[in-house]
Design a protein around this ligand. Sequence first.
Ligand code: PAF
Length: 284
Amino acid sequence: MLEIKTIRELRSALKEERARGKKIGFVPTMGYMHEGHLALMREANRLADVVVVSIFVNPTQFGPNEDLGKYPRDIEGDRDKAAGVGVDFLFVPAVKEMYSEGYSTYVEVTGEMTHVLCGRSRPGHFKGVTTVVAKLLNIVEPDIALFGNKDWQQLAVIKRMVRDLNMDVEIIGVPTVRENGGLAMSSRNTYLSLEERKAALVLSKALRLAQDMVRTGKTNAGEIAAELKETIENEGLIEVEYLEVCDPESLSPVETIEANTLIAVAARVGKARLIDNALIVPES
Ligand code: PAF
């Protein structure tokens, strides 16, 4: 695995790979890798000839009161993990490499889909995500780029950006990897105490409950959401920020579950803000 810090060097290495006819798979990350990241890299390895992974804690996607300064980092551990799953190029740019002096260009998906769910409590977050992802896609020029389904809204917003800007890349969503008990893997799980970690299991339990409710014929989104919220809040230690039933592509609210529907939840558990979701596919 080759570790590269500059855009110029990465571009020149990938130009050679492309000239050899290699298919390039790209996994952007903010590091502090866990099994969820490794699943993305393994899938990239299965689908492409050359795998590029970036580690960049992107300042533009953090709000002023968020955890940018405290975001967990472990570059040495990440290096070993990435090499262990067959990554070819690890791109680790400094902030000034990505955002040079006088930087003033942003990419923004406007409208409802970036203002609902996480967009409501994290204004400007998706503008930071789409800006850095557009830049990274522009630098790497991959054939495919892989993102976790855990950040479903991020995935939906990136798909929209790629479609709207006619970017020549296929965006692939990879299933959420869960710890024993169902907690969705996240770098931010490191903020949880043992007790909070146990309490956080109720999020995936509630999403499984939603699946059972739909299976047994319940279709009223409002009723399902209310029951899930109650289940979660009965656990104590957890404060639901949102629990929404929506269209998986547009993220618009859904009233009756008739077609594929996303149930998305965000909750505060101690110092951590956790998100999770389930795609409900009603039996026909
Ligand atoms: O999901 C993440 O880790 C980040 O939002 C991403 C896509 C790497 C952009 O900074």
